[in-house]
Design a protein around this ligand. Structure first.
Ligand code: 13P
Length: 337
């Protein structure tokens, strides 16, 4: 078993998943604005430190993805944030792309940037304590999108990123996110997501990436947010498994889904159904941002010094996700707070 494979398994095994707390300052400001908290360095740190020192970190969170600002911050008692995360047995991850920019040649689509200077930045992040990384490619669905161009260039960037990350001794999370926005059907989502993921693996193999030392972070297969299609959690789980079975090579150890705008309960219920039906060798778990943090953020915003209360809300959500990652969740647990 390679070192990188061990790291990936440490993050994902035993009902653990990933806390995606890597919102850029612009995105975090949007989140804080929505609950009427001023977005400054201290408030961003206070909320994140509150989550990272929660009890559920030990049992439910195998890795935390940070943004550049956070990995350089210190807690109120002088520990670095990676030290705080490691003290609960969890590993530190870092978002290393520099964002999705307009794609020349298909101006309604995006290409994720950040390859220039990446080799040097990775060395710095390793020294700061990071052991895994994230890069997000983003695609939208319409009659004409995602285009062959966007599928091809984003897969190329993800693969070059992954090769550099492994060279630096870290596990790359490969995140090709097909967005929920739109009126498309679940079948469209299945077909487009499968095409996107397959292209990523074609490029990853070309770039000699050791797939056993990677983690895939995909979207679940869902109808578009503005579609009239009604679909059950069971159907979502079946389509999602079908997509992954036909697109992901078996050497990939695990898959950690993004929540992508699903509510906390939807993201939990769907992951639970996926695990009840999981007949693959992939670990199927969570790498949620909003679906782990939303309720905690809302509660915290009413009194930013209520650390214990905020942690209780976060602990509950993390526990629910962890049960779902084992196919053991049911709605009854939601009411037993
Ligand atoms: P959400 O779970 O809120 O979609 O965030 C996950 C993520 O990291 C998106 O890049």
């Amino acid at each position: 078993m390679s070192e990188l494979n061990k790291i990936a398994l440490q993050i994902l095994s035993n009902g653990k998943g990933i806390l995606a707390a890597d919102e850029s300052t612009a995105t975090m400001t949007k989140r804080l604005d929505s609950v009427k908290v001023h977005s400054d360095e201290n408030n961003r740190l206070l909320f994140r430190e509150t989550l990272f020192s929660s009890l559920s970190m030990k049992e439910c969170i195998g890795g935390v993805i940070l943004y550049d600002e956070t990995i350089r911050q210190k807690t109120s008692d002088g520990k670095t944030i990676p030290e705080l995360i490691n003290s609960g047995g969890s590993l530190t991850g870092i978002k290393v792309d520099t964002g999705a920019k307009t794609l020349a040649g298909s101006k309604e689509e995006k290409i994720t940037e950040g390859l220039d200077g990446l080799r040097e930045r990775l060395k710095d992040y390793y020294k700061l304590g990071a052991r895994f990384t994230k890069w997000r490619g983003v695609y939208s669905i319409s009659d004409i999108y995602p285009s062959k161009l966007s599928i091809s260039v984003n897969a190329h960037a993800l693969a070059r990123y992954a090769a550099l990350v492994q060279e630096a001794g870290m596990v790359p999370i490969i995140e090709p996110e097909v967005l929920m926005d739109g009126t498309h059907s679940s079948t469209d989502c299945l077909n487009k997501t499968s095409e996107v993921i397959r292209k990523c693996y074609e490029e990853l193999e070309l770039n000699n990436v050791d797939l056993s030392g990677t983690i895939l972070k995909p979207n679940m297969i869902l109808p578009g947010t503005n579609s009239n299609e009604k679909i059950s959690s069971k159907d979502i789980a079946e389509l999602t498994i079908e997509c992954l079975k036909k697109s992901v090579p078996s050497s990939v150890p695990g898959i950690a889904f993004l929540s992508g705008g699903q509510t906390e309960i939807e993201a939990t219920a769907n992951l639970n159904q996926i695990n009840i039906r999981n007949d693959t060798n992939f670990i199927m778990t969570y790498s949620y941002g909003r679906a782990l943090q939303q309720s905690a953020l809302k509660f915290w915003s009413k009194d930013v010094n209520n650390i214990i209360g905020t942690q209780e809300i976060f602990n509950h959500r993390a526990k629910m996700c962890s049960l779902a990652a084992q196919g053991k969740w049911s709605e009854n647990f939601e009411n037993s707070k």
